[in-house]
Write a protein of this length. Structure first.
Ligand code: UD1
Length: 432
């Protein structure tokens, strides 16, 4: 399996273009099936999770065509309502969106159990309670089966502001009879983007981005052309690449407002962050960085999907920092890998206590999930010597062209299919 080989301690400088938002795209692509029409989606990221969803949709007889690398044309007029035998569904968490979509469009669905990154228990009970509240009968045995004579709008209070449950209930409710109100709804930018997309197809969704979303059911949806928002987490990852290497990087095609919690935390640490209309410049060069406390929270709080990346930065800042992971039960598994590079981190339940070290030292590490994989790359960029990161397939799930984008800002990184000795090729000068 491929791995990345990184020669670290090079300050990254230059410009990076950010791709479309993974977590919006993996909701909007299935949502396009609600229309029984033709939909064109622009700014789709070229990542493995999207290719996987395209495979699932083709298995359901949806006609999906790439108009170019980032534009998909989806014609779902002849699709079926069953993806229960799909191996591809089991490969990713976001395939749970086919539940809401199939229920919403056909009032009947058979879907395999979704998979995804391992952060401990990843239940979908809130999704299922929501579908039941709308009138569906749900059975979960070998596969998930759902059926409803009629879907009826109702009030749904979420125990936790779950991103997936909020979006899935919206998908099921857009064509229900009457009005559905979701309280304690998730407010993430991709929730808002999915609602905007549904409205572009003729849905009536109001309040997305606040705690209360109101969905007035409509009879049917129509085709639309829609562009996905930029990726908040990819943006944050490149912002940290500038901070952790003492560099100067400008990220382009971003929505600075979506980055507020990350920009604020970087400023607190002592990094210079300069916002423009659709770009952010991050300067680590010449800055004295300070330790800090981070708590992950639903939006607009600090995103859990940036927790491993900021961990790497804090691991390199002398002094004591703390990270409290309040969204997922078990999202510090990757810390063992950082310790191999010399990081000094203690983990107790949801709390990580970080004693920053003067420098990390390159070695062999593995990506244990998508964002942890990005964190290993950041650690390798900061470390002295050579770091190899294995299990690159995790990173491919959510980062478009990461190697090329990093090379574009001066990183000494390359992808290797496992046939060469990385130490040797570094010495001969053609490695990274
Ligand atoms: C989405 C993101 C993921 C991110 C997470 C939190 C996608 C495809 N993935 O995941 O990258 O880490 O939001 O920002 O958008 N929960 C329940 N019952 C449920 C659903 C969730 O108890 O039915 C709990 C989870 O165990 C977790 C918390 O709610 O502790 C957050 O989960 P949720 O917001 O649903 O995350 P996902 O939508 O799966």
């Amino acid at each position: 399996m491929d791995r990345l080989i990184i020669q670290g301690q090079k300050a990254l400088c230059g410009n990076v273009d950010i791709s479309g938002c993974k977590n919006a795209a993996v909701a909007i692509l299935p949502a396009s099936l609600l229309a029984n029409d033709v939909v064109v989606l622009e700014n789709i990221p070229d990542i493995a999770d999207i290719k996987n969803q395209v495979r699932i949709m083709r298995e359901m007889d949806v006609d999906v065509e790439y108009l170019d690398r980032h534009t998909l044309k989806v014609d779902s007029r002849h699709m079926k309502n069953d993806c229960a035998n799909s191996e591809s569904v089991r490969k990713m968490r976001a395939s749970y969106y086919f539940l809401g979509v199939l229920l919403g469009r056909f009032k009947k669905a058979r879907v395999a159990f979704p998979g995804g990154c391992d952060f401990g228990v990843r239940p979908i009970d809130l999704h299922i309670k929501g579908f039941e509240a709308l009138g569906a009968t749900v059975t979960t045995k070998a596969v998930i089966e759902m059926q409803a004579d009629e879907l009826r709008g109702t009030n749904i209070f979420l125990d936790f502001a779950s991103v997936g449950a909020t979006i899935n209930i919206m998908l099921a409710a857009v064509m229900a009879e009457g009005t559905t109100v979701i309280e304690n709804a998730a407010k993430e930018p991709h929730v808002v983007d999915t609602a905007s997309f549904l409205n572009s197809m003729g849905a009536d969704v109001k309040g997305a981005g606040t705690d209360t979303i109101r969905i007035r059911g409509v009879k049917k949806l129509h085709g639309s052309t829609y562009a996905i928002i930029p990726d908040q987490i990819e943006t944050g990852t490149y912002m940290i690449s500038a901070a952790v290497t003492g560099g100067d990087v400008t990220v382009h095609n971003v929505i600075p407002r979506h980055m507020d919690s990350i920009s604020a935390k970087l400023r607190e640490i002592g990094v210079r962050v300069i916002e423009d209309d659709d770009s952010i410049r991050v300067i680590g060069k010449g800055c004295r960085l300070r330790p800090c406390k981070v708590k992950t929270l639903p939006y607009p709080g600090f995103p859990t999907d940036m927790q491993p990346q900021i961990m790497v930065l804090l691991a390199t800042i002398p002094g004591t920092s703390m990270i409290n992971e309040s969204v997922w039960d078990s999202r510090f598994k990757y810390v063992d890998q950082l310790r191999k590079l010399g990081a000094n981190i203690d983990v107790e339940s949801h709390l990580a206590i970080i004693e920053g070290v003067e420098k990390l030292v390159g070695t062999d590490v593995e990506a244990t999930d998508l964002r942890a994989g990005a964190a290993m790359v950041l650690a390798g960029l900061a470390a002295s010597g050579v770091t190899t990161v294995s299990n690159v397939n995790y990173i491919d799930r959510g980062y478009e062209n990461m190697v090329e984008k990093l090379q574009g800002i001066g990183a000494r990184i390359r992808r290797d299919s496992g046939r060469e000795d990385p130490q040797l090729s570094v010495i001969t000068g053609n490695a990274v």
